[in-house]
Structures are given as C-alpha cells and as structure tokens.
Design a protein around this ligand. Structure first.
Ligand SMILES: *[C@@H]1O[C@H](CO)[C@@H](O)[C@H](O)[C@H]1NC(C)=O
Ligand SMILES: *[C@@H]1O[C@H](CO)[C@@H](O)[C@H](O)[C@H]1NC(C)=O
Ligand SMILES: *[C@@H]1O[C@H](CO)[C@@H](O)[C@H](O)[C@H]1NC(C)=O
Ligand SMILES: *[C@@H]1O[C@H](CO)[C@@H](O)[C@H](O)[C@H]1NC(C)=O
Length: 248
C-alpha cells in the first residue's frame, strides 16, 4: 500500500514536472528554490524564457508585476530574453513569462535587490537662531537597517530635552529642532545606521547657528523706490518734451 502511494505521488510529481517544463525561465544569477533571484543594485540580471521545442513557433510575453514588458521584434518566438539592471524600485518585482494569449502555463521569478544604506560624508548646514533645523538621512537598504541613531558632538541626541524630534519612515530619518538656540543646537550632528549585512555607516552635519538677521520691511521700501523712480522719469520726460518743443 505504502509503495503504491509512493509510486502514485512519484508519478504525479513526474507528470507535474514534465508539464511545467513546457515553459521555463533561466536566469543569471540563478534563482533559488523559492524562485527568487538575489540581485545587486545596478548589476544586470539576465532572464531567458523558453518554450519546449514542440511550441517553438509560439509567441511569448513578459510581464513585470502584471504590466506587459515591451519586447524588440524577434525577441518573442519560442524564446525571449530580458536584461534588467535593478534599481531600488525593482526590489520585490515579479517577472512572469507565458504564451501570448494563453496564460494557462506561466512561470515567474522575483527579484530581491540587495543594497547598502547610501549615507556618507559631511554636509555643512547654516541656520539662523530662532529658525527650524531639519536634517535628513536616506535610510533605505535591503536588508532593512536595524537601527538609526542621531548624535550631537558625540552624545546621543536627547529627544526629551532641547526641542528635538525624529521621524523614521523606512525611507528617511528626519531630525527636527524647532526655534534653534546657539547654545543648545550648534555643533556636529551624526546620523548612524546599523545594518545586519553591511558595515555601519554615518553622515555628518556641521551645523552653524548664526545670529538672527533683522528683516527690513522690504515691501514698502521697494514701493517707495518705484515712486521716486517714476517721478524722476516723468520729470525728465516732460522736460524733454519742452526741449524738443523749443528746438522745432
Ligand atoms: C494553453 O496552453 C496550455 C499549455 O500549453 C494548453 O494545454 C492549452 O491547450 C492552451 N490553450 C489554448 C486555448 O491554446
Ligand atoms: C547615494 O547618494 C548620493 C548623494 O547623497 C547620490 O548622488 C547617489 O546617486 C546615491 N547612490 C545611489 C545608489 O542611490
Ligand atoms: C558642540 O561642539 C562645538 C565645538 O566644540 C561647540 O561650539 C558647541 O557648543 C557644542 N554643542 C553643544 C550643543 O554642546
Ligand atoms: C567593512 O569594513 C571592513 C573594514 O573597514 C572592510 O574590510 C569590509 O570590506 C567592509 N565590509 C563591507 C560589507 O562593506
């Protein structure tokens, strides 16, 4: 009995395997058992979809997340290749291939685009006293970063004191300080991301707080200048008319 069952299961798997082989994708780099390709940012991935020899005249279509991919002429008869150079947005994208007008048999692979957090360097920031300070770090990474921390002159920023707040949304980390004061908010800020796969990385912000500049009421001043200018012009024009008149 056990043997029969095993034979049946084997037979079923065999049939299933033969059936699936009518259309298949090959990729470089290769996909794993879950049909996921470990891809790297900006490193090309090659996908080739092939129908078995008996259907070599049939046309193929490719979909990227259910949207058709435009193929060059000739790149669809029985065999079709795609070259994908992954960007951030291709992470998780699913590429599906099937016969044109018949999606009964379809095969897919999914991209897992690995990329390190892209933060480094030092940025100079100048902000006036009493204005708001906003600093941002790009925290996108795959695998996701495990933590983001902000420090000022080497000590963790105290979010409860000194009017700081932080927003993390998986894309950016944003540190804000409202109505900055020279004594509290000037100095070297650092945002540091910890990654489970890559080395920690940081970006520095050299923040200088300048004295508040007195804002002149520019509007009325400009209006005044315009009036003065116009009057002078009108005077010149009427004077010129007189000059022209006496020359006649
Ligand atoms: C669609 O493709 C499957 C598998 O190749 C095939 O068995 C079926 O007959 C096809 N259907 C049509 C309408 O061509
Ligand atoms: C990394 O960030 C810099 C600017 O901060 C940008 O020019 C560059 O394109 C980014 N790299 C990637 C892969 O997004
Ligand atoms: C950070 O260090 C700079 C330079 O030593 C100093 O001028 C600034 O006051 C310090 N900031 C804070 C908040 O202690
Ligand atoms: C991490 O840093 C070490 C030493 O600085 C370096 O040798 C290594 O290549 C870095 N690893 C990655 C993934 O950047």
């Amino acid at each position: 009995m056990k043997f029969i069952l095993r034979a049946a299961v084997f037979h079923f798997l065999f049939l299933y395997a033969v059936h699936v082989l009518a259309i298949e994708i090959e990729s470089v780099p290769k996909f794993n058992d879950e049909r996921v390709i470990q891809a790297e940012l900006n490193k090309p991935v090659s996908l080739v979809c092939t129908l078995d020899a008996t259907q070599a005249d049939e046309e193929l279509v490719w979909l990227r997340n259910d949207a058709a991919v435009l193929l060059k002429e000739g790149n669809n008869k029985g065999r079709s290749s795609l070259c994908v150079t992954p960007i951030y947005e291709d992470n998780g994208a699913k590429f599906t291939c099937h016969q044109k007008g018949n999606s009964t048999d379809q095969v897919s692979v999914t991209l897992n685009v690995i990329f390190a957090p892209n933060i480094s360097g030092t940025v100079e920031v100048t902000v006036e006293e009493e204005a708001d300070l906003v600093l941002e770090c790009d925290t996108r990474a795959n695998p996701l970063v495990s933590s983001v921390t902000w420090s000022l002159n080497g000590s963790l920023v105290d979010l409860l004191a000194d009017g700081f707040s932080v927003i993390n949304n998986g894309l950016i980390s944003q540190l804000t300080a409202n109505k900055v004061k020279k004594s509290l908010h000037g100095g070297m800020y650092t945002c540091t991301v910890d990654s489970p796969m890559y080395n920690d990385s940081s970006r520095h912000f050299q923040v200088t707080i300048t004295d508040k500049t007195l804002k002149f009421p520019l509007g009325p001043m400009i209006a005044g200048l315009v009036v003065v200018g116009l009057t002078a012009l009108l005077a010149a024009v009427s004077r010129w008319r007189k000059i022209v008149k006496c020359c006649k």
